[in-house]
Design a protein around this ligand. Structure first.
Ligand code: HXC
Length: 258
């Protein structure tokens, strides 16, 4: 499928999706967000894809929503169109794992998009921020909620109220990213992580993703019950028998996603 604002490649059962608006540091305009939601939906449905990596360029993952496109919009425009709302719900609903591989700027909607992914691997040159306050607005696709859950109230308030950027070391220290890698190794490391996920049983991968995400939606007791029921349910799969037999026989498992 030909896209104008993203590039999609499938390699070793991993879909690598690159945001590609270099002239605007990958700012999220309506075309990009629409194409991204479409490409992720296709990847989710494609049996040849078992994990997804979302990245930008070395200079920018994404520098936020496109300010040029937004600048003249009124309240009625953004409210009536629910700016990016439909597409973001689609992205939040993708069931396969999505790794955000962040190099350079991940600002505003770019930082929020990275946080919607399942985890973030950052290059050493990554810079995260929610600078919407400098434009007279606030985050609009989950930044006040997700950043607060990742890094806690004090740091989230600092980021949203001052608009300052966080470097990769601070992002790792505060739990926003899972690991930091040398900038030149970002894509190989993210692809290796995705391939590692692709080797697992897709049934348990989906169950793990759902169960971790429940932690953001429910109480501890309900979340643990959700986890336990899914843990129990996985004993109905062939892959559970295969995984445990392979361990006992000291060999690699051959999962069949059943
Ligand atoms: C449109 C953008 C852009 C953006 C950069 N560009 N960010 N265009 N929307 N968000 C464009 C610039 O206008 C410029 O185009 C080109 O990309 C290169 O950017 P420079 O500013 O010249 O680069 P540099 O000096 O290196 O500074 C990089 C930067 C800065 C620090 C990232 O560009 C910046 O502050 N950008 C805005 C970041 C921001 O405020 N994001 C939040 C947006 S609001 P020209 O044509 O001049 O070369 C948001 C709300 C989300 O995200 C809610 C959604 C519902």
């Amino acid at each position: 499928m030909a896209y104008e604002t993203i590039i999609v490649e499938i390699e070793d059962e991993v879909a690598l999706i690159r945001l590609n608006r270099p002239e605007a540091l990958n700012a999220l305009n309506s075309a990009l967000v629409r194409e991204l939601a479409g490409a992720l939906t296709d990847a989710d449905r494609n049996d040849k894809v078992r994990a997804i990596v979302l990245t930008g360029s070395e200079k920018a993952f994404a520098a936020g929503a496109d300010i040029k496109e937004m600048s003249q919009k009124s309240f009625v425009d953004v409210y009536s169109q629910d700016m990016f709302g439909t597409e973001i719900k689609v992205i939040e609903g993708i069931r396969k794992p999505i790794i955000a591989a962040v190099s350079g700027y991940a600002l505003g909607g770019g930082c929020e998009l990275a946080m919607i992914c399942d985890f973030i691997i950052a290059a050493e040159n990554a810079k995260f921020g929610q600078p919407e306050i400098n434009l007279g607005v606030i985050a609009g696709i989950g930044g006040t909620q997700r950043l607060t859950r990742f890094v806690g109230k004090s740091k989230a308030m600092d980021m949203h109220l001052t608009g300052r950027f966080m470097d990769a070391a601070e992002a790792e220290r505060s739990g926003l990213v899972s690991r930091v890698v040398p900038t030149a190794k970002l894509i190989p490391e993210a692809m290796a992580a995705a391939r590692k996920i692709a080797e697992k049983s897709q049934v348990s991968v989906k169950a793990a993703k759902e169960a971790v995400n429940r932690a953001y939606e429910t109480t501890m007791a309900e979340g643990i019950l959700f986890e336990r029921r899914n843990f129990h349910a996985l004993f109905s799969t062939e892959d559970q028998k295969e995984g445990m037999a392979a361990f006992l026989e000291k060999r690699e498992p051959q999962f069949r996603d059943r």
